[in-house]
Design a binder for this molecule. Structure first.
Ligand code: PLP
Length: 406
């Protein structure tokens, strides 16, 4: 028997809704009554177990979803937010104040990068962006003011892999918190089990999986999540990125099929990555032996869920990348759209979209080329058919040479 199966952990939770419903009832209220004024006072003081106060603080539907996500990540509890950025920014602001310093991977989602580069300095919080795969560089960047190491398990968009176990050891040694954005690798990797202190997801992506909402979650200790929600100085409570109860209930229902979807995303991405690489395309996918961190990632993942649904190819130039993406969309192979984790394949050129917040010079330095296309591979039933159709598009625009006909 496996020691930690995140899908079992989700399924082992049992809910009975009001009236015996098989789904928990949705709490359609922003505020809650108290039978006595004394209980209301106790609730504000955080001393009224089981009582709800106001939905920006907590709501039953959000707690149900948080509980399921905490079970998935193996943390004590979790706080659901209205977006991934709502989870990331509040976690960082809870841990850091004026004068503090963050060490961040340099290849992260453009919004997180912009937050640490342009926004937190206004509050006196500074960041150093480092190559997270170089542990000596990470350790050398630590200053007496460093509070947090931030990284993505598999980075957006370059698909670099963070060695979470080793980063956790560095964090512990220097008394820092390790925050890991696990958006690209739900179920495959359980960062808290590898030593991360806080695990964050944009629920917008694979976890919800239907591209119909944004959402986020912060998973951590009861102490940290209580601090986030504290009515006096909790960043989540005071900045207010609160998810609506109706949406929490719908994400919870989608979470129930995540294990099936992740297997198919990974299966399809592995298939395409192998074919593309074999055709001579510069392909990056953690499941390829050519990926610089393939062996490390293999040692970190729960193999049942594979190497994930994200891959990149280099089309050579932005013009070629755009031409290819437009043709693939025209032939209904997917959508030219940002985001990920949809049933249909999504593709975009990150240099001019999701990573455009990163200055050109820095993009170059980190290896983010103009012609890079990021694919979130969909749930296609017949991936061989998809491959053939994609190959035809690549040949039509000259990204791949046309096969010789005899
Ligand atoms: N983290 C990663 C890895 C992302 O790709 C994104 C969005 O693209 C975010 C966080 C932000 O999430 P949201 O758009 O839900 O705020």
């Amino acid at each position: 028997m496996k020691t930690f199966d995140p899908a079992n952990k989700i399924q082992d939770l049992q809910y009975f809704g009001e009236f015996g419903g098989v789904n928990p009832s949705i709490s359609d209220s922003s505020t809650y009554t108290f039978l006595t004024a004394k209980t209301m006072f106790d609730a504000f003081e955080g001393n009224a177990e089981g009582c709800y106060l106001y939905s920006r603080h907590a709501s039953p539907s959000n707690l149900y979803l948080g509980q399921a996500l905490a079970a998935m990540e193996g943390t004590e509890t979790a706080n659901v937010a209205a977006s991934g950025m709502g989870a990331i920014t509040t976690a960082l602001l809870q841990l850091c104040g004026a004068g503090d310093h963050v060490i961040s991977s340099r290849t992260i989602y453009g919004g997180t990068y912009a937050f640490l580069k342009n926004f937190t300095p206004k509050l006196g919080i500074t960041a150093s962006f480092v190559d997270i795969t170089k542990l000596d560089v990470v350790e050398a960047a630590i200053t007496p003011n460093t509070k947090v190491i931030f990284c993505e398990t598999v980075s957006n968009p370059l698909l670099e892999v963070a060695d979470i176990g080793s980063l956790a050891k560095i964090a512990k040694k220097h008394n820092l918190k390790l925050l890991v954005d696990n958006t690209f690798s739900p179920l495959s990797v359980a960062p808290a089990k590898l030593g991360a202190d806080v695990v964050i997801h944009s629920l917008t992506k694979f976890i919800n999986g239907s591209s119909d909402t944004v959402g986020g979650v912060t998973c951590g200790t009861q102490e940290f999540i209580d601090a986030l929600r504290n009515v006096n100085d909790g960043a989540a409570m005071l900045l207010g990125p609160t998810m609506d109860s109706l949406r929490a209930a719908s994400i919870m229902k989608n979470l129930r099929t995540l294990h099936i979807r992740m297997k198919q995303h990974s299966h399809n991405a592995q298939y395409l990555a192998e074919r593309f690489e074999n055709d001579g395309l510069k392909t990056v996918y953690p499941g390829l032996a050519s990926h610089p961190s393939h062996d490390l990632y293999k040692s970190m993942i729960n193999p049942e869920y594979g190497f994930g649904g994200m891959l990149t190819i280099d089309a050579g130039s932005l013009d070629k990348a755009n031409e290819l993406m437009e043709l693939m969309q025209h032939r209904n192979l997917g959508y030219l759209a940002v985001s990920l984790g949809f049933y249909k394949t999504l593709f975009s050129a990150p240099g001019s979209s999701t990573s455009s917040e990163i200055p050109m010079e820095e993009q170059k330095e980190m290896g983010l080329t103009d012609g890079l296309i990021r694919f979130s591979i969909g749930l296609d039933n017949d991936i061989e058919r998809t491959y053939q159709m994609m190959k035809e598009c690549m040949e039509a625009v000259g990204v791949l040479a046309k096969a010789e006909t005899v």
